[in-house]
Design a protein around this ligand. Structure first.
Ligand SMILES: NC(=O)C1=CN([C@@H]2O[C@H](COP(=O)(O)OP(=O)(O)OC[C@H]3O[C@@H](n4cnc5c(N)ncnc54)[C@H](O)[C@@H]3O)[C@@H](O)[C@H]2O)C=CC1
Ligand SMILES: O=C(O)CCC(=O)C(=O)O
Length: 312
């Protein structure tokens, strides 16, 4: 068996794959001639930077499985994989807690500004009035998408005494979790207009691309913050820039951008923006879980066994 891993994988997963076959692993393979490697490959394992196109799938006649070391599947041509009869397995729920904790870090950063206050004190300042900020207690968190991440975030927000609103037109699989964690389901307009923090947890697809745009941003309160850990394409960045610059909303934390890594962006010039390099799911714990899960599921498929992580 030849297993090609084109992006960063943790040792724990690599070990499992190596027991089954010959692993070709290079974390920068996604930038190179991947199609050549795939000509005789039985499995391909990727993160989010490898674009698994129809052409690439067609250039891999022996391919039996695609493993995704993560959750978002917008970088894989799922229709082409389905047509070729190649199952795609992914790390469902493996990084959800990490992303939920990242959102808390962002909300608390906006609420308390500890880094800024530290710089202020180190610079000789002691302005206690200026750094009198706000509690999360009693504030409203608006979830756009109440799946694995959204419900875990709700669980944590409930412990903070936040009110939680959720918008998700496909709710049934997560209905019980929403009830348990106090999520009141509402329409998009209600969630956007009432939330103090709006957090995005939807996949990127035709229905969610540019979901946050001039019109939807205008529904948010001027005091509200937007947090995007979903995908850059869910937010129209030009409209967001204008909303932030004009004070239509108070701030944004963006872990994901339309172009990653970004070239220069006007967002860099704004003080009310937190920017991180797509790290919400990147913790040791989540990555060990992700690598183990995906490696195990890839091996199951290669052995002809059923997998519970196949994308439907
Ligand atoms: N920044 C990071 O490191 C990470 C980012 N992600 C992103 O977060 C996304 C969500 O992840 P999970 O919660 O694990 O996925 P999930 O599949 O468990 O939940 C997604 C939810 O979005 C809902 N949804 C779909 N279309 C919608 C729409 N048009 N409007 C409102 N809701 C809609 C679905 O019904 C589902 O409940 C992933 O697709 C991925 O793009 C995921 C993990 C890490
Ligand atoms: O860990 C990564 O490389 C990306 C995580 C992510 O965005 C996902 O799981 O969808």
């Amino acid at each position: 068996m030849k297993i090609v891993v084109s992006e960063l994988i943790w040792e724990e997963g690599l070990q499992i794959l190596s027991e089954l076959g010959n692993v070709v692993y290079d974390a920068s393979l996604w930038k190179q001639d991947l199609a050549r490697e795939l000509a005789d490959a039985d499995a391909l394992v990727v993160r989010n930077q490898t674009r698994v196109t129809r052409e690439m799938i067609q250039a891999a006649p022996r391919l039996k499985v695609i493993g995704r070391l993560g959750v978002g599947l917008d970088n894989i041509d799922l229709a082409a994989a389905r047509e070729a009869g190649i199952p795609v397995v992914y790390a469902r729920n493996a990084n959800a807690i990490s992303v939920a904790e990242y959102v808390f870090a962002a909300m608390l950063t906006f609420a308390r500004r500890l880094e800024e206050a530290t710089a202020h004190v180190k610079g000789g300042g002691w302005n206690r009035r200026f750094y009198t900020r706000m509690e999360l207690y009693g504030k409203t968190l608006g979830l756009i998408g109440t799946g694995e991440i959204g419900t875990r975030l709700a669980h944590r927000a409930q412990a903070f005494g936040m009110k939680i609103l959720g918008y998700d037109p496909f709710i049934p699989p997560y209905e019980v979790a929403c009830t348990e964690f106090g999520v009141q389901l509402a329409d998009l307009k209600t969630v956007l207009s009432q939330a103090d923090f709006v957090s995005l947890h939807v996949p990127l697809n035709n229905a969610t691309r540019n979901l946050i745009n001039r019109e939807t941003l205008s529904l948010m309160k001027p005091s509200a913050y937007l947090i995007n850990t979903a995908r850059g394409g869910v937010v129209n960045e030009e409209d967001l820039y204008n909303a932030l610059r004009e004070g239509k909303i108070s701030g944004a934390a963006l872990d994901v951008l339309a172009q990653e890594p970004p070239q220069d962006s006007p967002l860099f010039k704004l003080n009310n923006v937190i920017l991180t390099p797509h790290i919400a799911g990147l913790t040791e714990e989540a990555q060990v879980k992700t690598s183990l899960l995906v490696a195990q599921e890839v091996v199951k498929i290669l052995r002809g066994e059923p997998s519970s992580c196949v994308v439907r």
